[in-house]
Design a protein around this ligand. Structure first.
Ligand code: OSB
Ligand code: MG
Length: 372
């Protein structure tokens, strides 16, 4: 497929409610949308970096830089056969997985449209609806947290993830567990602990949690192995699994019992599919993480989560949990049994509302820039 014109749209979108993690609070979410025009079709992708390097070293600024200066010059005007061909072309650019994954998503979207197949069909997904949960940020008080959990449970979410940090962990999780004895509950520390301070998390073993996500350093695998030996609750890695190779290291080191798969973090859907295969072969449960995506990234996550090894609910909530206005004509809503329906149309299966995109962008970039 000839990639005739590529447009980048950095977006800033106001969140319905602020989102606080161990690395800070945000009121607005940034991302970079990628639009690729090819042989009469238009493919869309989403780079899930944010303004600040909190979760990842990548930012809106680095995504624009790496794509403009290095990735897109390898692609513009070129005939790119498929996502594997894309991955071969960008393999010599080190790192910058969130940037590359957004472009790859647009290529998957084009491939699906060309073949008249949804991403779910291209991936071999087996479910029409996927089980989902909601990720709840740190709140000012435990009473506030209980109110927020109550609202989401009333909305129909049957799995809740709580963000934790030192001093705001066991007591919060215990309060939620007391109020909801049978809720599927898990916690995410986003690397807020050291191996020493993580000893404070041992009482979580009494709360029947599904998992503890990324308690230690974002680039660590070894200390997570040591921590997993000290705790019964399954450790789940997010930040430290940056490639299929790192997934293998974690598996071989017994550093975790669950993996959170985010296509952006691992360099694209191709690598996400490889990690799914690897984990499935050894019966390690995986689930689809979230990056507060727009409906574009959400459509892609839903297709991924339809694969058979995604046996735990994903961080894929209804559109209304994130933004009052999103960038597609479709809206994702929560279905009964805490599920969301996977799109069935060709490619991503969503229709981008370009007027909305233009409303939220703060400076579009066209490549090649001489193209009319
Ligand atoms: O660690 O899983 C995380 C959002 C931004 C960055 C990192 C994380 C998250 C979430 C939100 O937990 C999940 C969602 O998109 O609902
Ligand atoms: Mg996480």
């Amino acid at each position: 497929m000839k990639l005739e014109k590529i447009t980048l749209y950095p977006l800033k979108m106001p969140l319905v409610s602020h989102f606080e993690t161990s690395f800070g609070r945000i009121y607005e979410r940034e991302c970079v949308l990628v639009k690729i025009e090819s042989e009469g079709l238009v493919g869309w992708g989403e780079c899930v970096a944010d303004r600040d390097p909190g979760y990842s070293y990548e930012t809106t600024g680095t995504v624009l830089h790496i794509l403009k200066e290095f990735v897109l010059p390898l692609l513009a005007g070129q005939d790119v056969a498929d996502p594997a061909d894309f991955q071969r072309r960008v393999a010599k650019i080190r790192g910058h997985h969130l940037a590359k994954a957004g472009v790859e998503m647009a290529i998957w979207d084009l491939l699906g449209q060309r073949q008249g197949k949804s991403l779910r069909e291209l991936f071999g997904g087996v479910r029409e609806q996927v089980e989902v949960g909601v990720s709840i940020g740190l709140q000012d008080t435990t009473a506030d947290l209980l109110k927020v959990v109550e609202k989401y449970v009333a909305d129909g979410y049957q799995r809740v993830k709580l963000k934790i940090k030192p001093g705001r962990d066991v007591s919060e999780a215990a309060a939620v567990r007391r109020a909801y004895p049978s809720l599927k509950l898990q916690v995410d520390a986003n690397s807020a602990y050291s191996l020493q301070t993580a000893a404070a998390l041992r009482p979580l073993d009494d709360l029947n949690l599904l998992l503890i996500e990324q308690p230690l350093y974002e680039d660590d695998i070894w200390d997570h192995r040591l921590f997993q030996k000290q705790i019964k609750t399954p450790v789940c890695l997010d930040e430290s699994i940056i490639s299929p190779r790192h997934a293998r290291y974690a598996i071989e080191m017994e550093a975790c019992r669950v993996i959170n798969i985010k296509p952006g973090r691992v360099g694209g859907l191709s690598q996400a599919l490889q990690i799914h295969e690897m984990c499935r072969a050894i019966n390690m449960p995986v689930w689809c993480g979230g990056m507060l995506e727009t409906n574009i990234g959400r459509a892609s996550n839903l297709a991924l989560a339809s694969l058979p090894g995604f046996t735990l609910p994903g961080d894929i909530s209804a559109s209304a949990r994130y933004y009052r206005q999103d960038v597609t004509l479709e809206t994702f809503t929560l279905d009964p049994n805490s599920t969301i329906t996977v799109p069935t149309g060709p490619g991503l299966g969503v229709t981008v509302d370009e007027a909305r995109v233009k409303e939220f962008t703060f400076g579009e970039v066209v490549i090649p820039n001489s193209c009319g």
